[in-house]
Design a protein around this ligand. Structure first.
Ligand code: MN
Length: 256
């Protein structure tokens, strides 16, 4: 039976992970390697400067003292009896929409799987605690990815709205608008400290985006490409190379 690897960023004891494991249990041999405690908003961090420890919690469930990316590295590169055929990260408690994917530990688990050549899916419940519908969606998408595969360097970022979804849309990444300013306060010793990420960010209601879909009650499935190159900009900037090279040479001439 093929090995499936599950992880998350809410920690190995999170409800969404247990629901995900039972939803996928008959699609393969399901292994869980997840952070021992919550790692939300850890981004795509890897632990390279201290030892990683893995504790067995029960059969095929493991807790690691690292990030979701660490867990996927462990799982794909030798900790499991076989390399996984699918990585699923989630079900996250809270959305991972639009630009937030760059901070998301949930999405970074799927990024790591993708970079290591394993088809990978991140799944998040946008609001609430009822993971039932998200589990149903996770199972459908995992099944389809196991059959169809995914394009190279591409993961799926899935966000499930609260309640019963009206349907499933394939979406593009939306854009949040951060209007909140930083909050500056003074500590008891008179030194300034700052608070970021306060308040509800607004978003652009652009058609076809993950934000619009979830807002309208649809599941958003965004294919995310890990080649961050902007290919149109490559063409637009073609003449920068010669100009910058000439300037670099001239600036050396001045320094001599
Ligand atoms: Mn989380």
């Amino acid at each position: 039976m093929s090995v499936l690897l599950l992880t998350n960023d809410d920690g190995v004891h999170a409800a969404g992970l247990a629901v995900l494991a039972s939803a996928l249990e008959d699609l393969g041999e399901v292994y869980v390697i997840a952070p021992e405690r919550e790692q939300s908003a850890c981004g795509h961090a890897l632990t390279l400067h201290r030892p990683l420890r893995v504790d067995r919690i029960r059969e095929r469930w493991f807790a690691a003292n690292g990030t979701p990316s660490d867990c996927v590295n462990l799982g794909v590169l030798g900790f499991l009896p076989a390399a996984p055929v699918l990585v699923v990260s989630g079900i996250n408690h809270g959305s991972n929409l639009a630009d937030d994917v760059t901070y998301s530990g949930t999405v970074s688990g799927a990024m790591e799987g993708t970079l290591l050549g394993v088809p990978s899916v991140a799944i998040s419940l946008a609001d609430g605690d009822d993971f039932g519908e998200a589990a149903r969606v996770a199972r459908l998408i995992a099944t389809r990815v196991l059959v169809e595969g995914l394009p190279t360097k591409t993961l799926l970022n899935v966000n499930v709205p609260p309640g019963v979804p009206r349907g499933i849309r394939i979406t593009r990444q939306g854009h949040r608008v951060y209007t909140e300013k930083i909050v500056e306060q003074r500590d008891p010793r008179g030194r300034a400290y700052y608070w970021i990420g306060g308040g509800e960010p607004r978003w652009e209601a652009l058609e076809g985006t993950d934000l619009a879909a979830v807002h309208e009650g649809f599941v958003a499935v965004t294919p995310v490409h890990l080649d961050l190159t902007h290919h149109r900009a490559l063409a637009q900037m073609a003449d920068w190379s010669r100009a910058l090279t000439a300037q670099l040479e001239r600036s050396r001439g001045r320094a001599d």
